[in-house]
Design a protein around this ligand. Structure first.
Ligand code: ADP
Length: 496
């Protein structure tokens, strides 16, 4: 049951069935081919022998009554029969048996045949006219018969092959040479070849079945290994990898499997890091809120200073709510819940609005903001609110990471079907080894951790998500100490 259910079992069964079927077909074909071939070969040999004997007889007809000739000839016939199992007779008119291999002993014929001959006046005759009339008819024909030869071979209980070659003298047929051989004797050659074929076939089937078994095992054992690995991974052990090096489809499958396992492992690591980060980000403000409120309640913090601490508590709570909101937004974006509301609008105007919104911050830090727009109006097709969030975030970061008296430049320009928007500052810049991480959730450089306590580390992750949703790109060029430039692209829009 198990054998038939497994791929291994199916393979072995299918291969073996094909092999046996193929072998049987070949055997059957070979059997019939051999039968024809062996008989035909025998017929050809017998015809040739017959013709040679006839030639010899025709050239020595004068000596046919010479006893020495007869003795020699019959001795030859006997030797020939012993070697080839072919009985040779000389038959004369009216089917009279003129000569066989032995003249002394009732023609040296097998008793079963002798009994069937007609005996008249001490001479032996073939009993049925059909047994000789054709070859003695006068035409120069070689007659071939297969079977019981009109009853002559009945008592031998086996079919015979008989070849009759006419002996001619003076343009007339005077006698005929008969060459007779039992067909089972002919079949002996066939049986020998066939037996050899069967034995070698059987041996090769046995070897093939063993090879098929080994091959199928080799084919199916990696599949078993993959199943085992899949079970291990589904139990949560994501470090499991397959070590299958074959270059075929199974190899491809195991490579794909390993990639899947790697992605799962990454996802799992990200999930763990994410939870750890969230816990950390939430715990820090909550600890300080709890500490300050307890201090105020138990009097550790004097009444007159309570207000200062409550201001800090307020800042921390708003940071907490910002953090939670950002997280919710990110989660919604990543689950694809947020649908973009694409409209055509002037990005230059939106930038101006954003600058106005953050004006207080720029004034406070004495930052100069410069806008350089290639055209008076630059239309883009995007979700206006989402892009506003991107610009505000980038400007906010630029202001945060640029020392007092610094400079921020915002530029828009059109390249083919796209609009490039860049926000450049001459602030602290970003270390090259940090560049690839700034887009990750909760990533904050060490510098910014100490300087900017209000940041959540989610800003750039949200920005990247928004730009990705638009199928556009965002990148940064930065040099520590010199400043950073964030650039993103948008689809060109229609002016209205
Ligand atoms: P947050 O600003 O809340 O810390 P962001 O995701 O916006 O989080 O930024 C991630 C990190 O990228 C920042 O902590 C900072 O280290 C770096 N960064 C972002 N913008 C700038 C900038 N204009 N100049 C220098 N560093 C920046």
């Amino acid at each position: 049951m198990f054998f038939r259910k497994s791929i291994f079992g199916k393979l072995v069964t299918a291969f073996t069935a094909i092999l046996i079927f193929g072998f049987s077909m070949t055997s059957i074909m070979m059997y019939y081919f051999l039968s024809d071939y062996v008989i035909n070969e025998k017929v050809v040999t017998m015809e040739q022998t017959g013709k040679q004997l006839v030639d010899y007889l025709e050239s020595s007809l004068g000596e046919i009554n010479n006893p020495f000739f007869i003795i020699n000839f019959t001795l030859f016939l006997k030797a020939y029969r012993l070697n080839n199992q072919i009985f040779i007779w000389l038959i004369g008119p009216e089917g009279r048996v003129l000569l066989t291999e032995n003249i002394n002993n009732e023609f040296g014929m097998p008793e079963e045949i002798l009994q069937k001959l007609k005996k008249e006046r001490g001479e032996y005759y073939l009993p049925d006219t059909r047994q000789y009339e054709k070859v003695l008819s006068g035409d120069e024909v070689i007659v071939k018969e297969e079977g019981y030869f009109y009853g002559l071979f009945d008592l031998t209980k086996m079919p015979w092959l008989t070849i009759q070659v006419p002996v001619r003298s003076g343009g007339k047929t005077v006698a005929a040479i008969y060459l007779n051989t039992p067909i089972p004797e002919v079949d002996k050659a066939k049986t020998a070849v066939f037996r050899f074929f069967m034995v070698s076939g059987f041996v090769s089937i046995c070897i093939s079945v063993v090879l098929i078994y080994i091959y199928s095992r080799r084919l199916t054992s990696p599949i078993k290994e993959i199943t085992k690995a899949a079970k291990i991974i589904s139990s949560g052990e994501f470090t499991k990898r397959l070590n299958i090096s074959s270059q075929d489809e199974i190899g491809e499958l195991s490579n794909a499997f390993n990639q899947m396992a790697k992605s799962l492992q990454n996802l799992e690591e990200m999930r763990r890091a994410f939870i750890a980060n969230i816990s950390h980000e939430l715990r820090t403000p909550m600890t300080s809120i709890k500490g300050f409120i307890e201090g105020i309640l138990d009097g550790t913090i004097p009444q007159e200073r309570a207000k200062d601490y409550l201001v800090i508590v307020k800042d921390e709570t708003s940071r907490l709510s910002r953090l939670v909101n950002d997280l919710l937004d990110l989660a919604r974006m990543e689950s694809g819940d947020i649908k973009l509301n694409l409209v055509d609008f002037d990005i230059n105007e939106l930038i101006r609005l954003c600058v106005i919104k953050l004006e207080n911050m720029f004034v406070e830090k004495n930052l100069s903001v410069e806008a350089s727009f290639e055209d008076e109006k630059t239309f883009v097709r995007a979700d206006r609110d989402a892009i506003e969030r991107v610009i505000i975030n980038l400007l906010h970061n630029a202001a945060k990471f640029t020392p007092e008296g610094g400079k921020i430049e915002i530029a828009t320009r059109r390249i083919r079907n796209q609009v490039y928007v860049s926000v450049k500052d001459n602030g602290i810049g970003i270390n090259p080894d940090e560049l690839e991480f700034i887009w990750d959730r909760f990533y904050k450089s060490d510098k910014s951790r100490s300087k900017d306590k209000a940041g959540t580390g989610l800003g750039l992750a949200i920005i990247k998500n928004i730009i990705n949703e638009h199928n556009q790109k965002i990148w940064v060029e930065s040099e520590p100490g010199k400043g950073s430039e964030f650039t993103f692209t948008l689809e060109k829009g229609l002016s209205n």
